[in-house]
Design a protein around this ligand. Structure first.
Ligand code: PEP
Ligand code: MN
Length: 448
């Protein structure tokens, strides 16, 4: 078979196609200068690491591993601090230990981190008290503050996004490789959660089992390197094509192009048009990639996406991130999974139980119920079990801090509590305790 793998000349074909959700940069000359500068900057990740993640995701597609992907809806430049990044990683690693034990397969850990600085919006403008300004599109594009100055897209923010991503990834690598992520330490944090919070007490038995497993291994003298370091990957929505294009480089080993701004990049629900610029750009990079699929996705669309994005059916190349909503998942997901599976395509399926479950509380806060989040995950497991396919993982928005953005969970945050610590720059995130709650509950689902 003649290889249809692209050459680098294809990396700009997207420019001839409609690109939705792109900012209106005020000065094209300034954008060009920034893009030229970005193009000269070193890679944030290496192509070989992207290939390794592709191997891990191939195992997920085969049913031999599980993905835990999560982080902020929108990272902010102000959030690139040691404590913010540490708390997120700590929470993600705690969740991963619980899931690894329950699923008895490797858990592939991917942060929505070090690049998740741009947001698609349902409306291009926002109106407050009769004043209309451009919508906030993420720190990579404009400022959150509701002033004409802040809301005007500024291409220099693309550079700041790169540098914030570099700082964040540097911390993440240090935390995961430098001993901080030692398995016994992560388990000890879980034991603290179980002991100290009423929410955690329900999980005493599971935490006790993990404890005995660790003690047993220690008694046997088993102390593999895997107990002391963690393989961790970065990801973001490839939304602002000028940014991801400028950070695409030719891999010296293979001569193939990789978007080196993150290990894994995905196409969002609003930008996955088959003849649109985002699909066209991602078609030509060799990273493992994802596509969000909402409840209106037809099987024909899913199959056409596979044909475009993974024509060679490369294991681990394509992940479908389904976000149906708790009330739709049991109806909308089966046909998609069935038809895709029938073609022999080996995609990884992971569940985003956040984006189909957003609603507005009476206070005006955008929020989500932890019970809906759980119900969508439960529906996702049910559908895959009924079809004999693999529920390959979860994709969540969370933070390691005690914010009050989603309602419910062990700590019982009510709609009236939302104003207390509502800090997200975009969608509501699970807080630390709600995230750990979710991990233990998914673990229980695994054992049913
Ligand atoms: C997101 O992941 O923050 C997002 C906007 O999701 P979706 O594309 O699924 O709506
Ligand atoms: Mn979001």
């Amino acid at each position: 078979m003649v290889s249809v793998l692209p050459t680098n000349s294809n990396l700009d074909t997207w420019r001839d196609l409609p690109a939705v959700q792109q900012p209106e940069w005020p000065d094209p000359g300034e954008l060009k200068a920034v893009v030229d500068e970005l193009s000269q900057l070193p890679p944030l990740v290496f192509a070989g690491e992207c290939d390794q993640l592709k191997d891990r995701l191939a195992a997920v597609a085969r049913g031999e591993a599980f993905v835990l992907q999560g982080g902020d809806c929108a990272e902010t430049f102000a959030g690139a601090t040691a404590s913010d990044v540490r708390n997120k990683l700590k929470t993600l690693l705690q969740m991963a230990v619980v899931l690894t034990y329950a699923a008895s397969v490797p858990v592939v850990k991917i942060g929505r981190i070090a690049g998740q600085f741009a947001k698609p919006r349902s409306k291009p403008t926002e109106t407050r008290d009769g004043v209309t300004l451009p919508a906030y599109r993420g720190d990579m594009v404009n400022g959150f503050e509701f002033t004409p100055e802040a809301r005007t897209p500024d291409p220099r923010r693309l550079l700041r996004a790169y540098h914030s991503a570099a700082v964040t990834l540097n911390l993440a690598r240090a935390f995961t490789m430098g001993g901080y992520a030692d398995l016994r330490q992560v388990h000890a944090w879980n034991q603290d959660f179980v002991a100290e919070s009423p929410a955690g007490q329900r999980y005493e038995r599971l935490a006790g089992e993990i404890d005995r497993a660790l003690t047993f291994m220690q008694a046997c003298g088993a102390d593999p390197a895997e107990f002391h370091t963690v393989e961790f990957y970065s990801s973001h929505e490839a939304l602002i094509l000028d940014y991801d294009r400028a950070l695409t480089r030719t891999d010296s080993r293979t001569g193939l192009p990789y978007d080196v701004s993150g290990h894994f990049v995905w196409i969002g629900e609003r930008t996955r048009q088959l003849d649109g610029a985002h699909v066209e750009f991602l078609r030509h990079i060799r990273n493992p990639i994802g596509v969000k699929l909402g409840p209106t996705t037809t099987p024909e669309e899913a199959l056409a996406l596979i044909e475009k994005l993974d024509p060679e059916r490369e294991p681990g190349r394509l992940t479908f991130i389904t976000r149906m909503g708790a009330s739709r998942v049991r109806d909308a997901l089966p046909t998609l999974v069935e038809k895709v599976t029938a073609t022999g395509a080996k995609v990884a399926w992971i569940c985003d139980p956040m984006h189909g479950n957003t609603f507005e509380a009476p206070s005006g806060h955008k929020t989500r119920r932890v019970t809906d989040v759980l119900d969508e995950v439960a529906g996702f497991f049910e559908v895959h079990r009924a079809l004999g396919t693999h529920p390959g993982g979860i994709h969540i928005e969370f933070t390691g801090d005690d914010v009050t953005e989603c309602v419910g969970g062990g700590a019982e945050i009510s709609e009236a509590d939302l104003h207390e610590r509502y800090e997200t720059a975009c969608d509501p995130r699970l807080n630390r305790s709600q995230s750990l709650d979710l991990a233990f509950l998914v673990a229980e689902m695994y054992r049913q």
